[in-house]
Design a protein around this ligand. Structure first.
Ligand SMILES: [Zn+2]
Ligand SMILES: [Zn+2]
Length: 328
């Protein structure tokens, strides 16, 4: 099996191993997360108001949809569609505001997992293989140091980009101008809810969805020989902007469409189509545009070719397929 066709930025040599490594406490990551959670709980309680809650909803929606899902994941990491560079910068900046890492840090974390999860085995940190609480401690407070890590080699377009280098150096500080703006317009409650509560909920939610999406849920696809399968979490579809159709993503990582069937809502896809109507987005990639994968098989009765024919090629979805629970 070609283990590296989908993660070209990860360069593995014969000695490289995704299995052996040591999980260690990461002070900056841990304290950053704890600070925002503490502020969210204490100051969030003290400053709660309808307007601050609406600011929380609005800023969370924008940063998760335009930022994390469309900017960071579907565009920067997977190149699943094309857009003007200024729009890419804006969306990736929104993705940085989610509060997990800079653009290169996110890309590295994502690709390392993507690569490791395709191998016959990988460290439990990389496949969310421990229990919920231990995984929470690991993912939210620790880093993994692999003994023999692969090389991370981002494409020159990103690696040599001065805007991305700046975003990477200053990713925590990028909250600051928005905090000042929120303070100026709505006072301290808007800062607490628009920055700290948003970061606490987004980062915790990202981990929780990542945990369940690699442990239990529904599946239509199986990737033969992979250390872990991805699972769909239908209940989180709207909250994650479509990212929780993770079984589909393991099957077709380069597809801009994540909710492949008509009963799989994908808000990120809907927004992408509106942007395409405005002429801001083009060359949207779908599963049928990707190279075929011999290791991929459909778990449900309809075969892959049949299913792909039903995928929407435009904004008028005509998806039809049936579902089967592959709960494990
Ligand atoms: Zn995954
Ligand atoms: Zn991905």
């Amino acid at each position: 099996m070609d283990t590296n066709a989908h993660t070209p930025r990860i360069l593995a040599s014969p000695g490289t191993s995704p299995v052996s490594g040591r999980v260690h406490w990461a002070p900056a990551k841990s304290l950053w997360y704890l600070a925002h959670v503490s502020i969210a709980i204490v100051a969030g309680y003290l400053t709660f108001s309808l307007s601050s809650f609406l600011v929380f909803i609005g800023t969370t929606g924008i940063t998760l949809c335009l930022g994390h899902s469309l900017g960071m994941h579907r565009r920067l990491i997977h190149n699943a569609y094309e857009c003007p560079l200024w729009l890419e910068y804006l969306f990736v900046h929104f993705g940085v505001l989610v509060g997990m890492a800079g653009p290169l840090g996110m890309m590295h974390q994502h690709d390392l997992r993507d690569w490791a999860q395709r191998q016959p085995d990988c460290h439990p940190y990389l496949r969310h293989g421990e229990g919920l609480w231990k995984d929470g401690w690991w993912q939210l407070h620790c880093d993994l140091a692999l003994c023999e890590p692969p090389e991370f080699d981002p494409e020159p377009r990103v690696a040599n980009d001065r805007v991305y280098a700046f975003m990477e150096r200053t990713w925590m500080w990028q909250q600051l101008p928005w905090a000042v703006l929120l303070f100026w317009v709505g006072g301290l409650p808007w800062v607490v809810w628009g920055i700290s509560a948003r970061i606490a909920v987004s980062v915790t939610g990202h981990w929780l969805v990542g945990y369940f999406a690699h442990n239990r849920g529904q599946r239509d696809w199986h990737v033969e020989g992979a250390a872990v399968q991805g699972f769909n979490i239908p209940a989180a579809a709207y909250l994650t902007m479509g990212e929780s159709w993770h079984n589909n993503h393991h099957a077709y990582p380069g597809s801009a469409l994540l909710g492949l069937y008509e009963n799989q809502p994908d808000p990120g896809w809907w927004v992408l189509n509106r942007l395409r109507d405005l002429g801001l987005v083009w060359s949207i990639r779908l599963p049928e545009d990707l190279p075929s994968r011999p290791e991929l098989s459909a778990l449900t009765a309809t075969d892959c070719t049949e299913r792909r024919r039903h995928l929407p090629l435009s904004r008028s979805p005509n998806r039809s397929s049936h579902h089967e629970n592959g709960r494990q």
